[in-house]
Design a protein around this ligand. Structure first.
Ligand code: UD1
Ligand code: CA
Length: 489
């Protein structure tokens, strides 16, 4: 069971707290992922405030999870009671092991959860609590032990005595219960506390008082138990998770040059010897191949980067970059871009719904939208695929091994055949057959003496006059420059 009905007032957000993003998943998404990995089986999620948004999110990320609504937020114990009563199939006598997780502890590892469950089952405890020893326990429930060091109760900070507040062993909000003992004690919870709520933590005190065996399982890494109540704390969790993810990839053979400025979602994968340069964000379903170089200053969202490709100062979304391809610096790949093996997208180039063949190149200053470029073709600098007539978008196709001139407009739909050329500055509105040269340019006309007549007295007119004078005297600017200090050296 995952408890996610809280509003998270201190986030000051229209979004329920558990839906805030943290490197590839929402807060509750991380808890769900850990639960699914460690426990599997049925998951009930208690939703409340912003319930519709949380339900819609669960539908996306964990359609098998069962949402149960807690209308009035009357405490963590109340939430678990509702989950037990309203999950279809649980109402009638659930037995065995129940795992309960607060929805706001996203750094909890699946291995830690597995160990917690293992401890619970191997000790035959009635309840097992994941605890941690922290430097600053402010705001958290304290683990209170009796003189013999045995678990006595969990006391919330606001209900604690000064002596209890000094305790630094805290309740993480992850628990394992024997289902029957849990149900029995949920029925006995009071609201006699500072918040007037039914505390789940009191189940443990009641069990301990009844002499049932309670086990405290210490988290190996206290940061796993951290929660976030406001955005500053959330940023703190994000930095911890960033470091954890980066450390794992470095141990797996990825070179991360500046881990402090590298943000990799948990959902991303990287191959060995991949290099991630500083200021790089790898998000969503991004996969980086072996030996690829990504960054600096690059953001990839749902992008596949082939082995040995290079992607420099680039922003790319839902695209595929082929092996050994080269992208950037300063490229923008929009959804539906597919770049072939050893292809090149150069500087100040934008692509969208574009297929670029193996070895094909779009090196400079171009827009390639709704287009297909054949293998081995070179697109001239400053080319625009004119895909939009103001109403409709259409595709253009350039064949294989074509050479298109600089500053071309391909007005879609247009087809340039294999091996064809186009002349610089052409506006191509008609198909160019294979092997032909497509030209569409007005012939050039020079109007002699225009500047001196129409712009007299300007520097341009003076320069033109000087040039004419030199021409008349058969002096070239180069021969003027040759007579100079160089001779003295
Ligand atoms: C809780 C624990 C505290 C522990 C801390 C760890 C209790 C009484 N206290 O305190 O001992 O140290 O977590 O982070 O449990 N929720 C519901 N319905 C409710 C109330 C809460 O679904 O009626 C959910 C919240 O969305 C949240 C979780 O339960 O995900 C914990 O609730 P929260 O209010 O954050 O409890 P804490 O005060 O943090
Ligand atoms: Ca909390």
């Amino acid at each position: 069971m995952i408890l996610a009905a809280g509003e998270g007032k201190r986030m000051k957000s229209a979004l329920p707290k558990v839906l805030h993003p943290l490197l590839g998943r929402t807060l509750v998404g991380h808890v769900l992922a850990a639960a699914q990995e460690a426990v599997g089986g049925a998951v009930t999620v208690v939703v409340g405030h912003g319930g519709e948004l949380v339900r819609a999110h669960l539908e996306q990320v964990a359609p098998e999870a069962v949402p149960v609504t807690q209308i009035e937020r009357r405490g963590t114990g109340h939430a678990v009671r509702i989950a037990l009563d309203e999950t279809p199939g649980l109402a009638a006598g659930l037995t065995g092991t129940v795992v309960v997780l607060n929805g706001d502890i996203p750094l909890l590892r699946a291995e830690t959860l597995s160990a917690l469950i293992h401890t619970h089952e191997s000790t035959k405890a009635a309840a097992t609590v994941l605890t941690a020893e922290v430097a600053d326990p402010t705001g958290l429930g304290r683990i209170v032990r009796n003189r013999g060091g045995e678990f006595a109760a969990i006391v919330e900070e606001r209900d604690a005595t000064p002596a209890q507040r000094a305790i630094r062993e805290i309740n993480s909000g992850a628990y394992v219960f024997d289902a029957e003992r849990l149900r029995e004690m949920l029925g006995k919870l009071s609201t006699d506390n500072d918040q007037g709520e039914e505390y789940l933590t009191d189940v443990i005190g009641l069990l301990a008082a009844a002499g049932a065996p309670i086990v405290a399982h210490r988290a190996p890494d206290a940061t796993e138990t951290l929660g976030a109540n406001d955005r500053a704390e959330l940023a703190g969790l994000r930095a911890i998770m960033r470091d954890r993810i980066n450390d794992e990839w470095m141990r797996d053979g990825v070179a991360i040059i500046d881990p402090a400025t590298t943000w990799i979602d948990v959902t991303v994968t990287l191959g060995r010897d991949a290099v991630v340069e500083p200021n790089t964000h790898l998000r969503g379903a991004t996969r980086v191949g072996e030996g690829a170089v990504v960054g600096p200053d690059t953001t990839l969202v749902d992008v596949v980067v082939g082995d040995g490709a290079t992607v420099v100062r680039t922003h790319a979304l839902s695209s595929e970059i082929g092996p050994q391809a080269s992208v950037g610096p300063f490229a923008y790949l929009r959804p539906g871009t597919r770049l072939g093996r050893k292809s090149k997208i150069g500087t100040f180039v934008e692509t969208k719904a574009a297929t670029v063949g193996d070895g094909a190149k779009v090196p400079h200053l171009s827009y390639v939208g709704d287009a297909e470029i054949g293998e081995g073709t070179n697109i001239g600098a400053a080319t625009v695929f004119v895909n939009y007539d103001g109403v409709q978008k259409r595709r253009s196709v350039i064949g294989a091994h074509a050479r298109t001139g600089a500053d071309n407009m391909f007005v879609a739909p247009v087809h340039v055949g294999d091996g064809a050329y186009t002349a610089a500055g052409s506006v191509i509105t008609k198909d160019v057959p294979p092997g032909a040269l497509g030209v569409s340019r007005a012939p050039q006309r020079n109007i002699e003496g225009w500047v001196e007549r129409k712009r007299p007295g300007t520097a341009a007119a003076q320069a033109a006059r000087d040039a004419h004078t030199r021409e008349e005297n058969h002096v070239t600017p180069a021969s003027v420059a040759d007579v100079g200090p160089r001779d003295e050296q």
